[in-house]
Each structure stands twice: as structure tokens, then as C-alpha cells.
Design a protein around this ligand. Sequence first.
Ligand code: UDP
Length: 341
Amino acid sequence: MIDDIILEDLENIKKLVKEDKFAGKNVLVTGGAGFIGSWLCDVFISLGAKVVAVDDLSTGRMKNIDHLTKNPKFKFVKCDVCTFKNKEKIEFILHMAGHASPDEYQIHPIETLQTSAFGSANMAELARKNDATLLFASTSEVYGDAEVVPTPESYWGKVNPIGPRSCYDEGKRFAEALLVAYHKQYGLDVKIPRIFNSYGPRLREDGLYGRAMSRFIAQARANDAITVYGDGKQTRSFCYITDTVTGLMLLTTNEKAKGEVVNIGNSKEMTILELAKRIKEITKCKSPVTFHPLPKDDPKRRCPYMSKLDALVGWKPQVKFEDGLRRTIKWFSSKPRDPQN
Ligand code: UDP
């Protein structure tokens, strides 16, 4: 079932994305059962596209796309993105598959690297054979523990190549280099958004898959302790899912963005402790905030310098943090809490 909050959000995205660009087109979404991937599937279907969603369900979940499986224009294929093959014509590939949660990817470093490296190589070949547009979900993590904040696309990054986060960071950096090479050598139409922390309905909250935002909301709802790592002074900048998805959709068809890396995120920066406090206030929970060791190489500050995306496609975030947070809490509160694993 697709609920009212998501339906309303989809309508808002549709107002900003032109239907005629995607109606009747064949679209492949890897990681289609994941957080951002499932939102993309919803938007493409509502714009009249035919969608194939590929996901091995290692981190994605069928409950994100169950409502689409009876739609004749939607097909789900349970498959690893490294080995996926397709015989039908594809016009757009949105390659979102990946392990995004630091707590989870650090216990699956090989799979995390393989998905980014071999999965992206497979998608690049598929795009080349189909002469398709390939949008690849890169990440703010390519900047590592950035020394330039807010961080522009021109910054090269400060990444530990063998640290606990390197499986994610270096995998994504390899994929960026590979796709830029496909663009240079074959003229492939690649778009490389570097996605900063996004949040909203469907962000996983459970166990190792939980992110700070969703985990804190789950903890607050249960009146459990809110587990802040370090002193909580590290910062992140949170972008509501509809803004992220709108940016991705606009970038997909933009002519000037071919071969480009582009930040997508909200430039309102806040500390993790501020996030915990705001969630406590809104939920009126009795949870104490507890402090735990800061994971190694956890970036101290993260905030995008946002001007390129706006210059390319005319994008500005529409959802204020306070509104997006209240909406997200409302959505989670309307669901049973996921079992913790
Ligand atoms: N974090 C935290 N408590 C948690 C989970 C995460 O304090 O239970 C911190 C984490 O160390 C990081 C920030 O919150 O500094 C954002 O974490 P997230 O899970 O969203 O991943 P990241 O932004 O680091 O990729």
C-alpha cells in the first residue's frame, strides 16, 4: 500500500518534473527496492514510463515496492547488479544499488566494493549497448573527511584508502572514474550526482541498516536512549527525499550535465546532537541521549556547496528541514516499528 504522505510527496515531485521526457520510455532502476530507488520507481511509473527494478534485496526491501508489482508497466527482478543482463531496449538507467549505511557496509566491505565497481562496470556496458543515459548514484563520501566545507564539486577529497569507510568511498570513486572514462572514450551520456544525506519515508531504521536520522526517530518513538556517537558535534546536512529525487530526475535528462559530477543536497548544516535534540522535542519522548565512541574516520563536517545543480537544471530545495523532519516522524509514527536485527 502506498500511503497519503508518499502520494502527496509524489504529486509535488511531478509538478517539477516534465512528464513528456519519460512517458513510454524504458527505465532500469538498480537498487529499485531501496530508499531512493523505490521513490524513483514510483515517480517514473506515475510519469508513464515502463520500469524494471533490479535489486538483490541485500539492503532493499520488497515492502517499498509491493504496491507496484501488479502494475503491468513495472517489473521486479531479484538479481545482483554485477550479473544482471537485459535483452529489452533501455533508454535510461538509474544506477542506485549500493550499501549506504556505514554500520552495515563496514561488515560487508567486499560486497560493498563489488557492487560499486563491478556493478557499475556492468551498467556502463549495458548503457553503451543500448546507447542509454546512465545516472550513477555517487555520494558525498567521495570527499571523505573534507577539509573544504561547504564542499564544491571541484574539491578532490580526503579519503583514507584502506580505512573502515574505504570500501564505500573508494568503490564510489572508482565508479566515478570509470563512468567518466566511458563518457570520454565512447561519448556515453553519464550523469554523476554526488548525493548528500537524504531522509524521509522508507529510510531504513532497523539494526545496522539504520541511519542517524531514522534510528533516532525509532529510538525516540520507543523511549529508548538516543545513541549519539562521539560528542555529537560532527555535522551533516539533511535533504528531504522529494528534493533529492527531483534533483535526480531533472539531472537525468539535462544535456549540459553529460559527463558531469554534481552535488545534490541541502546546504543547511547541523550537528548530530542538534538533530537528536530536535527529534526529542518533536516526539516529546522521554529518551535520554547517550554518548558512544565515535567510529574511526567518521567525517567531522559534511555540507554541500550547492550552485552547480541550480545552474544546470534550476533546482532549489523546496522542503524546509523542520517540515521534512515533522513529515518523516509522522510517516514513521503511522507504521509499526521495524524489528531490530
Ligand atoms: N550516528 C550517531 N548515532 C547513530 C548512528 C550514527 O551519532 O546511532 C552519527 C554518525 O557517526 C555520523 C552521523 O551520525 O557522524 C550520520 O550518520 P549516518 O548513519 O547518517 O551516516 P553518514 O552520514 O556518516 O554516512
